[in-house]
Write a protein that binds this ligand. Sequence first.
Ligand SMILES: C[S@@+](CC[C@H](N)C(=O)[O-])C[C@H]1O[C@@H](n2cnc3c(N)ncnc32)[C@H](O)[C@@H]1O
Length: 266
Amino acid sequence: MAKEAANYRWNSSEAAEAYDRAAPVIHPCYEVVQNEILKLLPFDAEEPFELVDLGGGSGRLAERVLERFAGARITVVDQSVPFLALAERRLARFAPRVAIIECRLQDWASRGPVSPRPEDRISARRGHVDVIVSTSAIHHLEPAEKRALYRACFTALAPGGMFINGDEFRPADDAAFLALLEEWSTHMRAAIANGDIPESFANTFDQWHDRNIRRFGDPKKSGDDCLETLDAQMSYLRDIGFRDVECPWAAKLWGVIVARKSSRIS
Ligand SMILES: C[S@@+](CC[C@H](N)C(=O)[O-])C[C@H]1O[C@@H](n2cnc3c(N)ncnc32)[C@H](O)[C@@H]1O
């Protein structure tokens, strides 16, 4: 692993394990966002479909999709070995329906939806993914990387396929943005102090506070929290050719964007 990757905050086992244990506390809308995504999946319980979870972490969303949809086959893509080790454990009971790929989203964007499952030569081909989801991951990419990723998603999706991103977004106004960051910071300090979030996450949170509040307004680079507005991200998707780009749910720093690829093959 390159030195830069080894130092990336999501690559420590402490951060991955603490996030996995306390995700619904760390992210106050964690389950709401997942519920919104599940509601958007237009499949019958047994219907076969191919889903890719970008930045899928420890597989918590994948687990819920696999439980609800017996026909779902899921590829979890993430750059973090500790997160993926947790995903492997969590998803082992669904084994034939799950593939796990260690890969940066930037590289996935340039390589496309490769799958390690040998039987997947067809479904992993370009244009054969039915749904691409992501939660709390894409905001780590800088704007040009997000656009490249969205282009790759468009290519990977089958006609009629959906892209759904449940992520962090900022208001356009700096003061309103800072107020929301301060509110989440207060929530985090209280939850760490009273033991609802493992103490091992305190260092990750302190670094977040330094980057985002103490140095509010400093330029962001790839890997930072590169939050953009819902409007900016929805226009990236429209510019690439997605149709029906909508935000069915948003609150404070969080939101869900859904975008569809036309079912007409051009
Ligand atoms: C806050 S966690 C969310 C994990 C999971 N999606 C969830 O909602 O539980 C962020 C995840 O994004 C992954 N991630 C961040 N930057 C990434 C990148 N450039 N490429 C791939 N994964 C990335 C991290 O490794 C981590 O698993």
